[in-house]
Design a protein around this ligand. Structure first.
Ligand SMILES: [Zn+2]
Length: 145
């Protein structure tokens, strides 16, 4: 296993636990930090969000080729866009809000990420203003509030 795969596995199991814990009480949609994290509409690839959505999808019901619904009724739209020959970017938007009671803490001006971004390096300068690269524990701590 190479280094990248190891870190991705670490993040994946952290997200699995986080989402399971959220479902014990409500569902992840109730947390605005989670909703903001999972939604992405950029030309570059947000690796943490990609892992988070693939774990989250296991709890969602597939409606059609691109739509997935949580038990609360929130519908997530999955949209893969080709960045170049080697890279596809996952964009996710909330198509419809379900029946959840707002639960989470407020969003912070700077969002912690672990794996970070992939794509054209020139576009990272803008992202650096709102995202900071850190460790998995910090990312999980941020999301579970
Ligand atoms: Zn939900």
């Amino acid at each position: 296993m190479n280094n990248f795969n190891q870190t991705q596995t670490q993040l994946r199991s952290g997200f699995k636990e986080l989402i399971q814990d959220m479902y014990k009480e409500y569902c992840p949609c109730a947390y605005q930090r989670f909703r903001t994290y999972i939604q992405w509409d950029q030309p570059v690839c947000f690796l943490d969000q990609e892992v988070l959505f693939s774990v989250f999808k296991e709890h969602l019901q597939k409606i059609d080729d691109t739509s997935y619904m949580c038990k609360c009724g929130t519908i997530y739209l999955e949209d893969w866009e080709q960045y170049n020959m080697y890279l596809w970017v996952l964009n996710v938007t909330i198509k419809k809000n379900g029946n959840y009671l707002e639960k989470g803490a407020k969003i912070k001006p700077v969002t912690p990420v672990f794996l970070g971004f992939q794509g054209f390096a020139g576009s990272f300068d803008e992202l650096k203003k709102t995202y900071i690269q850190t460790d998995t524990a910090t990312v999980l701590e941020y999301l579970k509030k």
